[in-house]
Ligand binder design. Structure first.
Ligand code: F6R
Length: 628
């Protein structure tokens, strides 16, 4: 979704804004633009498509433009009006210029009023309308801050806005009402605002997350916060972000997606170490007491999430019900929030969201809190709305994920949910201590196995062992009408995730199915043009999977098997074969999802690269879905 940056300080702003926008690229966008204050006049460069298009326009600009020390920038993900240069932000109305993230729901009424007052918007956006409202307020004699506060009262929806005016050069003002906004001031006095912390990190790790209903006013050397409604100055404590700017670089990898898949051994260990108490007599004691408390009170758990996070939730449901014997309901946030639900007072609602900003998930957590139900968040982003609003939070320690398709965050979400299951099992004594000790011991082996799979020291994708196995398979497929992923038990969520990942980054048709469901309909589509990716390790569901594979084979579909090392039966029935590492044979079957995850991710990655897709920024997708 849209990304905002703003800068006012003692350095040339143009490249800082462009670099900031590049850090926000992962959110997804279709046009970009920046506005700089050049000699008390606003100059705008904007274009449809990649940031590079705007950079090309900037290259033709004057030295003065490049020396300007204040400006705002934007990546737009179209909602109101098609992707085009006219609809790209910033939008200028008279002496006022603005960028906007979110949706203004009363745009039709506002547009009618603006037209009636004789103004003519140049774009189809809801955003540009705000500029006319600001302009009119300032014409009535109000300062920029007061105009923005007054206009904010008239807007309906979820939004953040950052503005500048030729009448007050050097001042950058931001307001938050829903869509996130973060502000900082570094040791030199450079002031920045942005949609998330990443553009600020090259300057400082100390950042302030605005709450909805707050306004930030930045001038070189000074950053102030105000209550939007009353205009009163408020004190806001900054948060220290642990991420560093170098973690947002590709570090020699051809794509962020590959880098992030290869980072999984490291982030798995980090999440394990941070979530659990390091030295404890019990194998699964939580480091954070509040998390322990809230989990222990739950007699029923409702997991809410979207997309990949929902797939992690499905794994979580299987684990919690099996290991901890607590009933779990898994819900799409976008459905749950609109339907009549009934919950026991002892229920716990867990929102799973890597970004912590997904609008639907956030609204469910807010609604539940309002109803007095306990809430917990699993998220990767410190300071995110979900982290701040839920009663308790478990952070996944995946570090910044720049590739739009979620990879390492999925693994860490899944791990967190597994740790919930094991923790609850240990406290409720639903598993004997030997089983739990074994699971804890073997969790420590997983990073080593993952490391062997990804061979993470090798950045050249051709040299990685698993990609050396996947690439020839993909090259020999010829024409394919679609991919069906199938799995049972713990491998069913992986089948769903494998299909989602593949379609996201390759645009191939892909579906995920529970193996047992194939014969209830999807089997009608099977013929040699379909490749069935069968995730069928030797786990408790293996023999049932074998029967399903025979059914697939009989319909002439081609099978790409992912299975246990040395499984000659599976290998013989499959047209293409990917063996799990030999050392995975001795690992408890509950832990196999962690080992299989990179296989499905790398398959999707390699297919996307084979088809020359933009795997890091697939078309139409946004990393942080802040609209409902
Ligand atoms: C898939 C993907 C999306 C997200 C979904 C939820 O690769 O990234 O399906 O999982 O938009 O996002 P979060 O986890 O940020 O709530």
């Amino acid at each position: 979704m849209c990304g905002i940056v703003g800068f006012s300080g003692f350095r040339p702003a143009a490249n800082i804004l462009i670099q900031g926008l590049k850090y926000l690229e992962y959110r997804g966008y279709d046009s970009t633009g920046i506005a700089l204050m050049v000699d008390h006049k606003i100059q705008i460069k904007k274009s449809q498509g990649r940031i590079e298009n705007t950079e090309k326009l900037m290259a033709l600009s004057s030295d003065q433009f490049h020396q300007s020390t204040s400006g705002i920038g934007h990546t737009r993900w179209a909602t109101h009006g098609k992707p085009s240069t006219e609809n790209a932000h910033p939008h200028k109305t008279g002496h006022v210029v603005l960028v906007h993230n979110g949706i203004i729901e009363n745009d039709l009424e506002l547009r009618a009023g603006i037209l009636a007052r004789g103004h003519f918007p140049l774009s189809e956006t809801d955003s540009e309308l705000i500029g006319f409202l600001l302009f009119d307020e300032m014409e009535r004699g109000h300062s920029l801050e007061v105009a923005l506060r007054r206009v904010s009262q008239t807007l309906v929806g979820q939004w953040s806005i950052v503005i500048m005016s030729e009448r007050e050069p050097g001042k950058v003002i931001g307001v938050r009402n829903g869509s996130p906004l973060v502000a900082s001031i570094d040791s030199e006095g450079n002031v920045m605002v942005a949609s998330d912390a990443q553009p600020l990190l090259p300057f400082t790790q100390s950042v302030t997350f605005l709450e909805p209903g707050e306004m930030v006013v930045g001038t070189p050397g000074l950053l102030m916060f105000f209550d939007l409604l009353t205009g009163r100055k408020i004190h806001r404590e900054p948060t220290l972000i642990k991420w560093t700017a170098d973690r947002m670089e590709k570090n020699g990898f051809p794509h962020y997606m590959l880098k992030e898949i290869y980072e999984q051994p490291k982030v798995f260990t980090q999440t394990l170490q941070e979530v659990l108490l390091p030295s404890s007599s019990e194998p699964f004691n939580f480091a954070n007491e509040k998390n322990s408390e809230i989990l222990l009170k739950a007699e029923e758990i409702i997991l809410v999430a979207c997309g990949t996070s929902w797939h992690a939730g499905l794994l979580g449901k299987y684990w919690i019900e099996k290991i901890a014997k607590i009933p779990v309901q898994l819900e799409y946030a976008s459905e749950y929030r609109y339907r009549e639900t009934c919950l026991r007072p002892s229920a716990l609602v867990i929102g799973i969201s890597q970004s912590g900003e997904t609008a639907d998930t956030l609204v469910v957590i807010r609604d539940m809190k309002r109803k007095g139900v306990s809430t917990l968040a699993i998220t990767n982003v410190q300071g995110s709305s979900l982290a701040r609003e839920a009663d308790a939070v478990v952070f996944t320690h995946a570090g910044p994920e720049i590739g739009v398709a979620a990879t390492k965050t999925f693994l860490c979400q899944s791990l967190s949910l597994f740790l919930f299951a094991a923790f609850l099992a240990s406290k409720r004594t639903t598993q004997n201590s030997d089983v739990l000790s074994r699971l804890r011991r073997e969790l420590n082996f997983i990073p080593k196995i993952l490391n062997n799979i990804s061979n993470s020291t090798i950045k050249n994708s051709e040299s990685s062992e698993i990609l050396r196995a996947i690439n020839p398979i993909l090259n020999s497929l010829g024409s394919v009408k679609g991919f069906f992923f199938m799995g049972r038990g713990h491998c069913f969520p992986l089948a769903l995730e494998g299909a989602l990942k593949l379609k996201e980054v390759s645009y191939d048709h892909a579906e995920g199915h529970a193996s047992g469901e194939l014969k209830h309909g999807p089997i009608a589509m099977l013929d040699p043009s379909i490749v069935v990716v069968a995730i069928a390790p030797q786990d408790p569901w293996y023999t049932k999977n074998r029967s399903n594979l025979e059914e697939v084979k009989a319909r002439g579909a081609r099978i790409l098997g992912i299975g246990t090392y040395g499984d000659t039966y599976l290998q013989s029935i499959c047209d293409y074969w990917l063996a799990l590492p030999a050392e995975a044979q001795s690992i408890h079957s509950d832990l196999l999802p962690f080992i299989i995850t990179p296989y499905i991710q790398l398959l999707a990655y390699a297919r996307g690269v084979q088809l020359q897709r933009d795997v890091d920024k697939p078309r139409n997708l946004a990393k942080s879905v802040t609209v409902e």
